[in-house]
Ligand binder design. Structure first.
Ligand SMILES: [Mg+2]
Length: 174
């Protein structure tokens, strides 16, 4: 099944953070606080997905107040930090929501993401992902993590579902 067909069935998109919503840089202040850089166009992509009725989740192995602030900013309610087994964490959420794996896309960049990616209906990797991850993805974005890759992935799914043009058109008349 090709990526386009897989995308038509997606009702939820789950994301890794470092290397996907960021370029993978971990910036520490002298006090040890971790800083992250997010791309504003990815944020707009999240808003588009929400308007289209697609649920969003974040499943990351790390923990950071910066991410909590960004997730709150974007209205992403399903935020799982410190996830050791991403498939297990995501599986529990799907059970709670009554969603099946084929309806879920997972976007990740490294080996920790593979357990969830290979289970989901659609596996997405940003351009900067590890080669082993890209090899198993149904879609590899042209843009890199933290550089608009999330926006590209969301728009691919919205376009496959025939929702992108209408959403863009709504901004012309806003
Ligand atoms: Mg990562």
């Amino acid at each position: 099944m090709d990526a386009h067909t897989r995308a038509t069935r997606i009702k939820m998109i789950a994301f890794d953070i470092d290397g996907v919503m960021t370029d993978g840089s971990l910036i520490y202040t002298a006090e040890g606080t971790e800083l992250k850089t997010f791309h504003v166009q990815d944020g707009q992509g999240v808003k588009l997905a929400q308007r289209a009725g697609i649920d969003l989740a974040i499943v990351t192995g790390r923990r950071s107040p910066a991410l909590e602030a960004r997730a709150a900013d974007l209205g992403i309610a399903y935020l799982f930090q410190g996830a050791v087994n991403k498939r297990e964490v995501l599986g529990k959420l799907l059970e709670k929501m009554g969603l099946g794996w084929p309806a879920v896309a997972f976007m990740g960049d490294d080996l920790m993401d593979l357990s969830a990616m290979v289970r989901c209906g659609m596996a997405i990797a940003p351009a900067n992902a590890h080669a082993e991850v890209k090899a198993r993805a149904h879609l590899v974005t042209q843009l890199g993590g933290g550089k608009g890759a999330v926006r590209e992935a969301i728009e691919f799914i919205l376009a496959a579902q025939g929702k992108l043009d209408g959403l863009v058109a709504s901004y012309l008349d806003a």
